[in-house]
Design a binder for this molecule. Sequence first.
Ligand code: E4P
Length: 219
Amino acid sequence: MKFFIDTANVEAIRRFHERGMVDGVTTNPTLVAREGRDLRQIVTEIASFVKGPISLEVVSEDADKMVNDAQRMSGWIDNAAIKIPMTWEGLKAVRKLAEEGIKTNVTLVFSANQALLAAKAGATFVSPFIGRLDDVGHTGMQLIADVVQIYSNYGYDTEVIVASVRHPIHVYEAALIGADIATIPPTVMEKMVNHPLTDVGIKRFLDDSRKVQETKDGQ
Ligand code: E4P
C-alpha cells in the first residue's frame, strides 16, 4: 500500500519522508492557503526530496482553462499530478491531459459512478473523499470497497487514493480492502505508531534492563 501525505506543510512532509512513509503528496487549495505561501514555491520545495507524485489542484471550472493551468503547473516539477474536480468539464480536461501524458487526480469524488467516469476518461488517480461522506451519515469506506471492486472487474489502471482520512481506522480499513493509496494527514500518521501496550512494554524492558549486570567481556 502506498502512503501519500495530505498536507502542504514542507516540514511535516520532510519529517515523515525521513521515516520512509511518503510515497507521494496531496495538496488542495485549503491546505495551501493554511501555509500562507506561494504554491509554486511550496511544490518546488517538496519536489526537491519527494520523488513520487505530488498533487496540486486547478481552480478553473472550464475545461480549456483547466488544461492550460495543468500544462503550466506540470511544468513546475517533474512529478506533478494535477487535481481536477469531478465535473463534465473536468472529465473533458482529464481526457485531453491523458492524451498529453500529464498525470491527473480526479478529486471531490463521492459516488462509484463518478469514479467509473473518471477511470473511463483516463484519470491516473481518483480520490473518493471518505471522511466527508461519513460526516453526512454515509459509509465512506463502502465507496472505497465499491470502487476497488469495479476497477478490478474491468481492469482499469486508475489508482484509488483514499482521501479525507480522519483517523487511523480509516487507514486500516482501506488497507484491508486493498486500496492502492491512502493520503494521510500528518496528525493521523502521527497516531498510527501508537499503542498503549508498546509504551508499557518499553517501560518494563527499560526498568528491567537496569537490573541486568553487564560485565566488560561477558564473563
Ligand atoms: C486529498 O486529496 C483531499 O484534498 C483531502 O484529503 C480532503 O480532506 P478533508 O475532507 O479533510 O478536507
